[in-house]
Design a protein. Sequence first.
Length: 454
Amino acid sequence: MTVTIVGSQLGDEGKGGVVDLYGDAADVVVRYQGGDNAGHTVVEGDEEYKLSLVPSGAVRDKVGVLGNGCVVNPETLFDEMDALRERGLDPDVRLARRAHVIFPYHRALDGIEEEAKSDSDAEVGTTGRGIGPTYEDKVGRRGVRVGDLLDPDVLREKLEYVVPQKRALAEEVYGVETGEEFDVDALYEQYREYGERLAEEDMTVDAGDFLGDRIDSGKNVMFEGAQGTVIDIDHGNYPYVTSSNPTAGGAATGTGVSPGVVGGGEVIGIVKAYLTRVGSGPLPTELGGVAGDTPGYDEQGEGENEELAEYIREEGGEYGTVTGRPRRVGWLDVPMLRHAARTNGFTGLAVNHVDVLAGLDEVKVGHSYDLDGEELFTMPATTERWGRCEPNLRSFDGWEDVDWDAVAEQGYDAIPANARRYLDYVSDQLDTDVYAVGVGPGREQTVVLEDPFE
Ligand code: IMP
């Protein structure tokens, strides 16, 4: 069977920990979108692994697959694999031959375009990994795919077509001087070698066939979403989005298994008990603000609840895994979660970071929005309208800080009663059962109510 793990908010919901928790029963862990912009943290005893590209399951001896919906930077891939090997692990990672390849010119253009947009305060706040420019080339039918790295003649031909266009874009449109990252010969040599290593290590597959065979023979497959629903290119708050589909539909198009297989399995929505955002764009339930990211921050300065935001940020370690940037913090946004539940078809929820809110007198949620005199229960489709939404906040009594390790051992009833009321509310609003409650960063610090593979 399959289990799909999807972020229900803006990324950073703690998906890596849930993949790790439920991944025990999985034979294969598959990423279906994104690239090295993801930041998945897996904690194993005293060891912490931070992975931006390699599927989290690789830490636990699972086969890790990067599906055709991913964009792959081979340099990051090999760096992460080598680092895992140095720590005594033996990662088994397969790459879809249909996945697209990130080149240095994609990264360069990501930075150049963000810089150009910053003149009018329109930058997205990307991770700078070249994700958007690579997907642009994919859709523009000028991309280089993993399979092309295995054939030097094809690689050369494709680079000779695309690189001069990219160089002209950088130099003539943006007026930037270019270097080796726009040089066909240098790129060809570097990427031909990556292709040789992929072939030597027998790492490339037809992902659909590879996964279909395993599903047919009764293996358990986990689809590991990166980022989250509200930064999905189609269902997120465009243009403050990543360039792929983290939503559950992406698990089918991004791997080559059918939507029926994905929908026939479990789809677990990962919810952080509050909200964070890296980068720009609206955030109706935002508490404080982060300079450079929060719209209007420069004119308005800190929000009225800055201290609270700062407290939650520190308690939750809310700094970007990939970029180290401080995350913007807000209350749980329930219209956002209703939108995510419909888009993804959640069969279960994992609610993380419940411990981080412990000790607050009161915990609030944005239950609905007010917009132009109307009460809305889900997110408007345009970012401009979303940005004008005022949250209708509901207040819950806070819960005490307790020995969360003991809670994780004792089970659901050991969770403080006020926290359980909060969880019941979320579950009722989304009409979905809570399968797991995260009360700390390690997978042992999770209260498990359901194992989706059982
Ligand atoms: P990109 O994916 O680097 O193009 O960035 C586009 C937007 O998605 C930016 O606002 C990023 O901050 C956001 N983003 C990308 N990856 C993640 C992630 O793993 N967690 C949270 N936000 C992300």
